[in-house]
Design a binder for this molecule. Structure first.
Ligand code: PLP
Length: 356
């Protein structure tokens, strides 16, 4: 097969527009050849359990999944009875970007709370956490948070611990969508377990795809008492990979060493470089009319641009509108974003905003 795309072309649309990190690709090759048990009966999936235990502690269970939506939907389904509901931020991927799969596939009612930063607090949770025992209300039994959030913000360790304490005090369980969990750990400078298991999170969707994997996520059950039937749910929700060894090998490549941290540290650093470049331009007048709408705490940048600028920039760089009515855009950095990519975007923003 010949390459029919330009492998040197990169943009800022998403951290899943990037390809596969070479070390992950190598790991897929290393896991190839011969026969291995299907459906997780292979040595790589067994090894993954040990690797996950190294990060999250003994007693955790890792279920490799094809994608993040599947990890969230199946993980949440395992945490709830048929009458259960999930309290989550209105910006949550499970609410905004999963095609209604939590409702349609898992049959879960989502109770959403508006937030400015993508982050829940105990007070915000209380807006929807009520009505237990009322047969007319879907029962709020899980809180789902995202770390790093869909708005590129971060919970501190203490903020997650406070949410988990509050939720557990109400008899609720805690789910964490960690599609970008590595970016969060890299930015906070703490181990993965510090803001998950040690903070009281019960079930985690661990993200690999956005951090250099080809496709590979895992549900990590941190508290086995909070999840039931995952083995069966994963199959009937169509997330049971027959050649699971290749999903597991990718996660091992990221986690059995520091690739997860190297990749996330790099993409976070590129986001900081972009923010600093634009801030410098605003300070010296070479950039005009750009305003940041969120703090830059992981690998995503959110900003409003003067009229027409986003469309002109998009002739050179791919990226998404976040809130088109406000001229708000999202720029995502990836493990393979280069300093030159950032400097080219900053220069283009300067050119286009001074022409605006
Ligand atoms: C916060 C968050 N959760 C989960 C996902 C997983 O999505 P997918 O099903 O595309 O792997 C994404 C991907 O955009 C995400 O941003």
């Amino acid at each position: 097969m010949t390459t029919i795309h330009d492998p040197a072309s990169r943009g800022f649309a998403s951290d899943n527009y990037s390809g596969i990190h070479p070390e992950v690709l190598e790991a897929i090759g290393a896991a190839n050849g011969g026969h291995q048990g299907a459906y997780g009966g292979d040595v790589y999936t067994a090894r993954l359990q040990e690797v996950m235990a190294g990060h999250f502690g003994e007693g955790v269970e890792a279920y490799p999944m094809f994608n993040g939506t599947g990890a969230n939907v199946v993980g949440l389904q395992s945490m709830l009875p048929r009458w259960g509901a999930v309290v989550t931020a209105a910006t949550a991927h499970i609410h905004v970007d999963e095609g209604g799969a939590p409702e349609r596939v898992a049959g879960i009612k989502l109770l959403t709370v508006p937030t400015d930063t993508g982050k829940l607090t105990p007070e915000l949770i209380d807006r929807e956490a009520w009505g237990w025992g009322d047969e007319h209300r879907a029962q709020p039994l899980v809180v789902s948070i995202t770390q790093s959030t869909e708005l590129g913000t971060l919970y501190t360790v203490d903020e997650i611990a406070a949410i988990a304490d509050h939720a557990h005090g109400l008899g609720m369980r805690v789910h964490l969508d960690g599609a970008r969990i590595s970016n969060a750990a890299a930015s906070l400078g703490v181990p993965l377990r510090a803001f998950t298991r040690d903070a009281g999170v019960d079930v985690l969707s661990f993200g690999g795809t956005k951090n250099g994997a080809m496709l590979g996520e895992a549900i990590v059950v941190l508290n086995p008492e909070a999840s039931e039937g995952l083995t069966y749910l994963r199959k009937f929700d169509m997330q049971l990979a027959s050649k699971m060894r290749f999903v597991s090998a990718q996660l091992i490549a990221l986690l059995d060493g520091d690739l997860w941290l190297r990749n996330a540290t790099h993409s976070n650093a590129m986001a900081q470089r972009l923010r600093a470049g634009i801030e410098d331009g605003l300070a010296d007048g070479s950039i005009q009319g750009v305003a940041f709408t969120q703090p830059t705490e992981a690998n995503g940048i959110f900003a409003t641009l003067p009229d027409g600028v986003a469309d002109r920039l998009r002739k050179e760089f791919a990226f998404y509108d976040w809130d088109a009515a406000q001229n708000e855009v999202r720029w995502m950095c990836s493990f393979d974003t280069s300093e030159e990519d950032i400097d080219a975007l900053v220069a283009a923003v300067a050119r286009e905003t001074s022409a605006a």
